[in-house]
Design a binder for this molecule. Structure first.
Ligand code: IPD
Ligand code: CA
Ligand code: CA
Length: 323
């Protein structure tokens, strides 16, 4: 099975001859534990290449000047800067050169169909509002899926130098060291949530749920980056995270990193997320907080009836099908 995935990665993604021989050498040298071989082999190719490219893209964010070129997208709550576009362009140019058969999906209008079954899902800056306001929690998120299953995920905060990564079946890491979800029960946990800023029909539910969660935990956090929320669960800072609506680029890499760190991820009805190229609600948590959180959020993710007229222009620019 492991060998099959390796070979299909190379053939479908056009992996270089160098990587092919690196991997083949690893298989030949270590014999019969396929899972370990899969991990050892892949660390030499897609994962390490993506990590290098993501770090390089991080310098674009760090070197941003005073004028960020801020524009509104769908509403006053939905900002984009010229650096979101620059980072996405850099990632696409570098990754598509190395993986010419892959498809790409990125927040800033990137949709490119390749002839393989590999898909890169990119959020060039997750936490754009944090970036605009100088909060220093803004990450680059790159996920890689094959046949609809997440295989690799990298999330990098250039401001802190923290690089979170995971490879399917091989665990999750922070700057190369293994990470795990924590064992906090709700009463000892900090719980993150996202405000679903682009979906005002979700705000009533979001904030009333956060109120209920607050009663059960130590404290709540709204950090401004869903990808960072997810890795905060993965590395044991937060016990759980929920948000009523995310897009694929917000969650693809983080979903895998949480699962590989021993956490559980689903939508707010407790259903596993199987269509990773679609918007979804999200609940992620450690083994103690996840079931407790699910009791609070399940089935309650209804759209509010409050009028949002005059507050938000609707999302014509969002081209994905609604969840
Ligand atoms: C947003 C952030 C935010 C979350 C939103 C996302 P962006 O992504 O992750 O924390 O609440 O749902 O859309 O626009 O900064 O890339
Ligand atoms: Ca995002
Ligand atoms: Ca973004």
């Amino acid at each position: 099975f492991g060998l099959g995935i390796l070979l299909s990665s190379f053939l479908k993604e056009g992996g270089s001859i160098y990587y092919f021989y690196m991997t083949f050498g690893v298989i030949g040298g270590f014999g019969n534990n396929n899972d370990d071989l899969l991990c050892a082999g892949n660390k030499e190719d897609i994962q390490s290449y993506v990590e290098q490219i993501v770090k390089e893209a991080g310098t674009i964010i760090l070197e941003a000047g005073e004028n960020l070129g801020v524009e509104e997208k769908s509403s006053q709550h939905d900002l984009v800067t010229m650096y979101d576009k620059k980072v996405q362009e850099y990632l696409f140019n570098q990754l598509s050169r190395e993986f010419p058969h892959a498809s790409f999906l990125g927040e800033e209008g990137l949709e490119s169909k390749g002839d393989g079954n590999g898909l890169f899902i990119i959020d060039p800056i997750d936490g754009t509002t944090n970036f605009v306001k100088g909060f220093r929690i803004s990450v680059i998120s790159v996920g890689y899926a094959e046949a609809g299953t997440m295989k690799y995920g990298v999330i990098y905060n250039p401001f802190s130098g923290e690089l979170f990564s995971a490879e399917k079946g091989c665990g999750a890491f922070l700057n190369g060291k293994p990470i795990h979800v924590n064992e906090d029960a709700m009463e000892h946990a900090v719980i993150c949530f996202g405000a679903a800023p682009y979906d005002p029909e979700k705000w009533d539910y979001t904030f009333s749920t956060a109120r209920k969660v607050m009663e059960k935990c130590v404290d709540v956090r709204r950090l401004g980056s869903a990808a960072y929320d997810l890795v905060s669960v993965a590395c044991g800072r937060a016990g759980a995270f929920f948000e009523c609506k995310l897009r694929p680029w917000d969650y693809a890499a983080g979903l895998l990193i949480v699962e590989e760190a021993g956490g559980t991820v689903s939508d707010l009805d407790g259903k596993k997320i199987t269509e990773i190229d679609r918007p979804s609600s999200m609940l992620a948590g450690n083994p103690k907080c996840y079931p407790e959180m699910l009791k609070i959020v399940k089935g309650l993710n209804k759209e509010s009836t409050i009028s949002v007229e005059g507050t938000v222009r609707l999302r014509e620019s969002r081209n994905l099908k609604q969840a």
